[in-house]
Every structure is written in C-alpha cells, then in structure tokens.
Write a protein that binds this ligand. Structure first.
Ligand code: ARG
Ligand code: ZN
Ligand code: CA
Length: 263
C-alpha cells in the first residue's frame, strides 16, 4: 500500500466546499484508475487478447500487486498531515513551486496545477523520502466530468487531446518507479539499450493517437511498436497495459524505496 498525497496549489483553502469536495472525489477517482492500471484490472485490458499475436516478446500483461491509497496518517519524517486527515491539500505552495518538499516526505505526492501544454512530468526513479513529487496538468488529472477548472481531456489551445482517463498519472508514476519510455531507442542488448526492459519491443519514435495493434513497424527493425503500452504517448483510450518485464523493473525500484513510505 502506497500512501498518496494530492496537492492543488492554485485552490485556496477558503474555496467553496463544493469545489474542494469535488476535487477530493476526483483524486479518489484518479487513485481508482491507477490501481486498476497497475493491477491489470482495468476494463480495457481485454483488448490485449486480440493484440498479443503482434508482440511475440510480450508473454502477457504486467501486474504489480501494489495498492495506492490516499494517505490518512502522519509521517514522522515530514510534517505532512495530522492523523485522520485525508491527504488532499489546497493552496499548499509545494516548496515555492519546486518539485520536492521535505514537509511531504514519505508520501507519493502528486501536484496538480496549470502546466500549459505539458501533460505532466516526473523524475526517473524518484525518492519519496526526500518529498519528491510528480506533476500533472489540471486537464490531465482524473477521468469523467471533473470539477471547475479541472476537466479531464479539455486542454487550452491545440495541445494533445484524448487525455481523459487518468493515464497521465499511470505514465508519470511509471517514470517515478524507474520506467523509461518504450520509444527510448534501438540497440542489440535489451538490458542496456532502449528502455532497459527486455520484453518491450524497441522503438525510437513516440506514437500518438490510436494506432491499431500491430499497425506500426518499429524504427529499430521488423518488430511492431507496442503502442498500447502506458509508457508510449498514445491516447488514454488506446493505452492499456504494462508488460511483465516492466513490472519486474517497477518492483525492483519499489523494493529499493519502500522503506521511505509511511506505512
Ligand atoms: N508526455 C508526458 C510524459 O512524457 C505524458 C504522456 C502521457 N500520455 C497519456 N496518454 N496520458 O511524461
Ligand atoms: Zn513520459
Ligand atoms: Ca525493450
């Protein structure tokens, strides 16, 4: 169980209860989809059955067997929250806008704020003991109808659409747990080139939109691009799986930092 804390720096603590309750519910909605994606219980995982034959190196779908929960306990290493408080904060200036804050050591932090055209970002291999965070844009957070100013999939201007199922956090936490993009490059030794995961087929070109399974031949050779993987750039509706190799790498990182979480 990984304790999470969600932060909305742009929402005043004196904002309406309606907005704050809506954002708490949206945070729980986001956690629910995260748990589904990381445990391969997402509804669209069934799409893999007809796609699998295009990807001979992938033995099945990856499942990590970890649950994310919104924290309700204080962590002795940080200030964080009082016991019994739900770790959703409003108006917290997360270390003056930077991406780590020792106050929030021991939590898997998510800061949701306006990031312009960026969906979100994360460190590659993160340290919760140092209060590191991942950042999501307001319109890349959660799924469904959202809340005022926080409507999933509705970006300003002409940036990428189709970001409406909470999968930006699935992707960013992949980075936090040490996963590279599946399009990280070509090479012959899969342990040391590309994404450093051997069952994901190599590619060096990110994919957008909603390609049919097996429809894109890799820039690296004759293999097909695993466009439905959470660590590519396709639309939320068209990414639905991790591989077993990715989950082995995630578990390795998790095991190295697990003691930093408040559990
Ligand atoms: N571009 C972002 C990154 O590299 C996130 C992409 C997430 N894609 C999505 N369909 N939600 O971290
Ligand atoms: Zn990424
Ligand atoms: Ca690979």
């Amino acid at each position: 169980r990984i304790p999470m804390a969600f932060h909305f720096p742009s929402v005043s603590p004196s904002a309406s209860a309606t907005l704050k309750n809506c954002l708490r519910a949206l945070a729980q909605n986001q956690v629910n989809s995260l748990n589904a994606d990381y445990n391969a219980t997402n509804a669209d995982i069934s799409n893999w059955a007809s796609a699998a034959s295009f990807y001979p190196t992938v033995s099945g779908v990856g499942s990590i067997d970890i649950q994310f929960v919104i924290a309700t306990q204080n962590h002795p290493a940080g200030t964080g929250i009082a016991n019994g408080t739900v770790a959703v904060t409003f108006g917290t200036n997360f270390l003056n806008g930077a991406d780590e804050d020792p106050t929030w050591a021991g939590y898997m932090n998510v800061v949701v704020r306006n990031e312009g055209g960026i969906l979100g970002y994360s460190p590659l291999g993160g340290y919760p003991g140092a209060g590191w965070t991942v950042v999501l844009n307001t319109w890349a957070f959660g799924s469904g109808s959202g809340c005022s100013g926080y409507v999933p999939g509705v970006p300003p201007g002409s940036v990428q659409t189709g970001i409406n199922k909470g999968r930006t956090l699935t992707h960013e936490l992949g980075h936090f747990f040490n996963l590279n993009h599946t399009f990280n490059g070509c090479g012959t030794n899969c342990n040391f080139t590309g994404d450093r995961v051997c069952d994901t087929p190599p590619s060096s070109v990110e994919q957008y939109g909603c390609p049919s399974p097996g429809s894109i031949t890799s820039s690296c050779g004759t293999n097909k691009v695993l466009t439905m993987n959470y660590m590519d750039y396709t639309d939320d509706a068209c990414m639905y799986m991790f591989t077993p190799g990715q989950m082995t790498r995630v578990q390795a990182w998790y095991n190295s930092i697990a003691s930093e979480f408040n559990m």
